[in-house]
Design a protein around this ligand. Structure first.
Ligand code: ACO
Length: 328
């Protein structure tokens, strides 16, 4: 059975840096409040108009180049986003066309912050069954256009950033590396604790005069509590599947929602923060893009080397969560 291995990683963030100070133009907030609660110092926001598929394209181009692949080599595109260009169709087909491809299958997934881990699991399954050999997995988001800039929007609005990450997942016959296992979970009972409920197929409320149109809602405390617990469980599932001790993992890459969540998970396992790669201070929460952006930067900084034992974990809206164990 072939194994799925991440061969090339790419990332793209828009050049416009928005600091916590800059947010005071919209919100009654402070650098102290944002940084002490989330670890975020700044994030990237697009200049409008912008396209999530286009951000994904930039990241995909770099991932392909680093994997030594051409677009024609791709057997399947998996595009994870909560902020697609259009209500439908999804960004996958837009990226496929932008890459100059004719009929390559393209799949969109809606697992929000867990999108990359879910997408990696999809790539792994197609590769292990022998159906496909090369899968392009992209996580990309433009969130600066859906956040609420009114005073009520400040708790959610300060957390999110725009960006994209991409990986080329390839079949390998070398069994000393690659994706060893993936572990997926979801719990729709909590769907309304973190959501953008409008626009919705259920109502036309967003058309009413004066309506803002988008309705982001987050129960921050509930999300925080579940994120710590569920990512801990997902990591434990990966450790148990591999028979690894928490200490022998070289690097943990967790979805970047809030550095306090990562600190709580590290404390739960009795691990130092040095085992966890974090860059939320620069980008905020980039949802489906956060893990591939971390992989890109961890590799560039020499913190991710061939042969390393790695665990990825994510938690987000749905609620959805999951993990992956791999040898880099
Ligand atoms: N600036 C200043 N003050 C603020 C802001 C702000 N941006 N936002 C809220 N406040 C105020 C509140 O109004 C409240 O004031 P009050 O005490 O006078 O009522 C006070 O700060 C505390 O507000 P809380 O909501 O209780 O703040 P909390 O300590 O819970 O922190 C936070 C909020 C940072 C959002 C936290 O709950 C959290 O991180 N939750 C998890 C969020 C998360 O991870 N989301 C994404 C995960 S999934 C995904 O990525 C899709």
């Amino acid at each position: 059975m072939p194994r799925a291995v991440i061969q090339g990683v790419g990332m793209y963030v828009p050049p416009r840096v928005v600091t916590n100070e800059d947010l005071k133009a919209f919100y009654d907030t402070s650098d102290e409040w944002i940084y002490s609660r989330s670890g975020i110092k700044e994030r990237r926001w697009v200049e409008e108009p912008a396209s999530t598929a286009e951000l994904g394209y930039f990241a995909a181009q770099e991932a392909l180049a680093r994997a030594g692949k051409r677009p024609e080599d791709i057997d399947l595109i998996v595009f994870a986003t909560l902020s697609p260009d259009m209500y439908f169709p999804g960004c996958g087909v837009l990226l496929q066309h932008r890459l100059g491809l004719e009929t390559t299958p393209a799949l969109d997934i809606r697992q929000q912050c867990s999108g990359f881990v879910y997408g990696l699991s999809i790539a792994q399954q197609y590769i292990e069954t022998g159906r496909y050999r090369t899968v392009l997995l992209v996580g990309a988001e433009i969130q600066s256009t859906w956040i609420d800039y009114s005073p009520e929007g400040r708790t959610v609005g300060v957390l999110f950033g725009d960006g994209a990450g991409a990986v080329v997942v390839e079949a390998t016959e070398e069994l000393d590396r690659g994706v060893l296992s993936t572990h997926l979970f979801s719990q729709g009972a909590y769907a309304r604790e973190l959501c953008v409920a409008e626009p919705s197929s259920a109502t036309r409320r967003h058309e009413l005069p004066g309506s803002y149109g988008m309705r982001p809602y987050m129960n921050g405390k509930e999300v925080f509590r579940h994120a710590v617990q569920r990512m801990g469980q997902a990591i434990q599932a990966a450790l148990s599947a591999q028979g690894w001790n928490p200490e022998e993992v070289d690097l943990y890459v967790l979805h970047q929602a809030n550095v306090r969540i990562v600190e709580a998970v590290a404390e739960f396992f009795g691990l130092p923060m040095a085992k966890f790669f974090n860059n939320i201070h620069k980008y905020g929460n980039t949802t489906s893009a956060s893990i591939p952006i971390c992989l890109y930067e961890a590799q560039a900084e020499g913190k991710l080397k061939r042969g390393d034992k790695v665990i990825l974990a994510a938690f987000g809206s749905g609620f959805t969560w999951g993990s992956a164990a791999l040898i880099w």
